[in-house]
Write a protein that binds this ligand. Sequence first.
Ligand SMILES: NC(=O)c1ccc[n+]([C@@H]2O[C@H](COP(=O)([O-])OP(=O)(O)OC[C@H]3O[C@@H](n4cnc5c(N)ncnc54)[C@H](O)[C@@H]3O)[C@@H](O)[C@H]2O)c1
Length: 351
Amino acid sequence: MAEIKFGIIGAGAISASSCREISSHPHAQIIAAADVNRQRLRQLQQTFSIPNIYPTAEALLQNTEINAVYIAVPNAYHAPIALQALGVDKHVILDKPFALNLQQAKEVTDMAQQQDRVFMLGMNQRFVPGAQAIKTLADDGDLGELYHGKAFWMRRSGIPRLGTWFGSKELAGGGSLLDIGVHLLDLVLYILDNFEPVAVSGATHSKFGSRGLGEGGWGLSDRENIPFDVDDFATALIKLKGGVTVSLDVSWALHQRDSNAMNVNLFGTEAGATVYPAEVYAYGANKGEYQLLQNPAAASQYEHSSRFFNFINTILGEEQLCVTIEQALAVQSIIDAIYQSSQSGKEVRFD
Ligand SMILES: NC(=O)c1ccc[n+]([C@@H]2O[C@H](COP(=O)([O-])OP(=O)(O)OC[C@H]3O[C@@H](n4cnc5c(N)ncnc54)[C@H](O)[C@@H]3O)[C@@H](O)[C@H]2O)c1
């Protein structure tokens, strides 16, 4: 008999793969799903043989058999639905980003800290085996003192479906930075083990989506001709406690050779590392040459590579939560600061 009974809120593009992961856990079962779109909801129900479906999140949350929910809806509904779910004692795994802004994320944090429930922001890239391997080496000191991280995710033509909520400031909170920048920002801070920003300077641009250019293939929501008013490029320099620095570059669309370029590069006093692929480098014996020191295979603190397994195992008392709410809040605070710095033209300080 499954111990964790899930309700799925949102039957869009990401939910099918999430349901596959959840149902592969031996102690979890999906017993309900909700979406405002009946067609997508029925499709998810049929694919995963989900017994109960609901037209709204509110209706699903009244099902007292459900003890955990996965929330994957437009960003504007993340905080409101997370608050409702925590309020009726459900464990919550919320897909990224945390919220539209820091204020909303703080409200959820306050509520989560009052309730005796597990709350996790589902940062899946932390669980990629290579990321775990580099994290282990960094924690063990194999890279020396880490002083800089360079994180980038540059898509050439990867704006989610135009005319949908993804391009709306009101419904998404932001564009490329909040949608994909959040992944690599979270990952670089996780590996650096430093979630304490001191100062942030950043800038965002919106150059393609507003001209109807740069669409990729992502997103199942229907086109509603919603105007595009978010960033499709962002750049930032983030100074962290102890003098550690991070540079972040993100794009949904721009003119470049590669269709997709992404990585987290770590620079330490003894070695450097990349996450994609997971490799460690240092000077070669000959001046100017570089040597691949290690190609780490499997040094992970988890026996799985799934955010859902970590969430479920934490509820079951078998694992520690990988993504703490304090870390998620710090990431949201940096994202807010990048937008603020872009608007004001000034560095934002966290004194
Ligand atoms: N972790 C990841 O790598 C990853 C990848 C993709 C998307 N996401 C996140 O997942 C969320 C959903 O993204 P998506 O790509 O599936 O979007 P999508 O547009 O394909 O699907 C969103 C779904 O939410 C439904 N919905 C809208 N309002 C709702 C409400 N109030 N209650 C219930 N359902 C509602 C829509 O009808 C739609 O079916 C976003 O927050 C996105 O950032 C995360």
